[in-house]
Design a protein around this ligand. Structure first.
Ligand code: PSU
Ligand code: MN
Length: 310
């Protein structure tokens, strides 16, 4: 696989010197938000991670090559081209590489690539999951399968609220994916800090999470973990308020026959319109919050790994 991967100098150095790294996905850049907010978001996310002394590694396919770590021009390219860049799940990687094309990697594809190069922590907004009405549409994000197959910890604000959260958690349980609430007993619902559904376990400090990850590694448990980090309450959109907009967006998608990989980006954009950009503001804030937590966990895990070596 390595021959298809281009690791930029900053990430290469961090890997060689065994310094902490946080992986970032690129679907959120190209399909999750409009330009120029997407560019401002990714620059700020990378800055937050660097301020913690951790290296950010934004992952994307550019011109048939998997990039681990993107420079400013590459980030600008992904942000500006936006939806012209195909959304790339794990199954799309070989095709895109064979055709020398670009791809904006989803959570699932990014987790796969991060694990392959040995990056253990990954920050995103919200993972994909079981869509509402999945009993009719069968629409279940490959993110869930991919996370269960990869040895990475995904820091996210739960699953996107457009999804069926109880079924998403059932699916994760079936696949053996641990779901840890960071300072919460309840699975966060993306724009909203708290849903009525309980997480599997709760941990209260980044150090405890790093300790847990170290033991998971020692037990040789290779499935991924979700670290569910609620949006700060003062910045959340209340469930009563967002729920009506989500229902309206899902209705609109059904009447326009939007399905498959187009559905999630469509719903996010529709909800942004319906909330007059409030959902976008919340989405950006929760990504910053996740980037920070991911960086602090990566650092704490790195300390444990260093201790093991002395
Ligand atoms: N989180 C966000 N915005 C996004 C996504 C996540 O805040 O746009 C993207 C992720 O890349 C995730 C994808 O993998 O949506 C899920 O798409 P689907 O439901 O088609 O699997
Ligand atoms: Mn889907």
């Amino acid at each position: 696989m390595n021959k298809f991967i281009h690791i930029n100098n900053e990430v290469k150095r961090a890997l060689l010197t065994k310094n902490p790294i946080v992986a970032l996905e690129s679907t959120i850049i190209a399909h999750g938000m409009p330009y120029p907010q997407n560019m401002a978001m990714v620059k700020q996310v990378e800055a937050i991670i660097r301020e913690c002394g951790v290296t950010p590694a934004t992952i994307a396919v550019i011109n048939g090559e998997i990039h681990v770590g993107c420079d400013c021009d590459e980030l600008e390219y992904l942000s500006k081209r936006g939806r012209e860049i195909p959304k790339a799940g794990k199954r799309d990687l070989a095709y895109l590489i064979s055709q020398s094309k670009d791809g904006a990697t989803t959570v699932g594809a990014t987790a796969y690539i991060a694990a392959a190069v040995g990056i253990k922590i990954f920050a995103t907004g919200g993972i994909g999951g079981v869509h509402r009405n999945a009993e009719k549409t069968f629409d279940i994000s490959n993110d869930l399968e991919a996370i269960s197959d990869c040895n990475v910890a995904v820091v996210s604000a739960g699953a996107k609220a457009i999804l069926d959260l109880p079924r998403t958690l059932e699916y994760l349980e079936t696949k053996g994916v641990e779901v840890i609430g960071y300072r919460t007993d309840f699975f966060p619902a993306f724009y909203t800090a708290k849903s009525p559904i309980r997480v599997n376990h709760r941990l209260n400090t980044p150090k405890e999470i790093a300790h847990y990850l170290k033991i998971k590694n020692e037990l040789d448990i290779k499935s991924g973990v979700i670290i569910a980090n609620p949006i700060p309450e003062e910045l959340e959109i209340k469930a009563e308020e967002i729920e009506a907009k989500i229902a309206e967006a899902i209705q609109a998608a059904a009447s326009e026959n939007i399905t498959g990989k187009d559905l999630t980006p469509y719903l996010l954009f529709k909800i942004k319109e319906l909330t007059k950009n409030r959902s976008l503001d919340a989405n950006i804030v929760l990504v910053y919050n996740n980037a920070y937590l991911a960086a602090v966990i990566a650092k704490a895990l790195n300390e444990y790994e260093k201790e093991l070596k002395v």
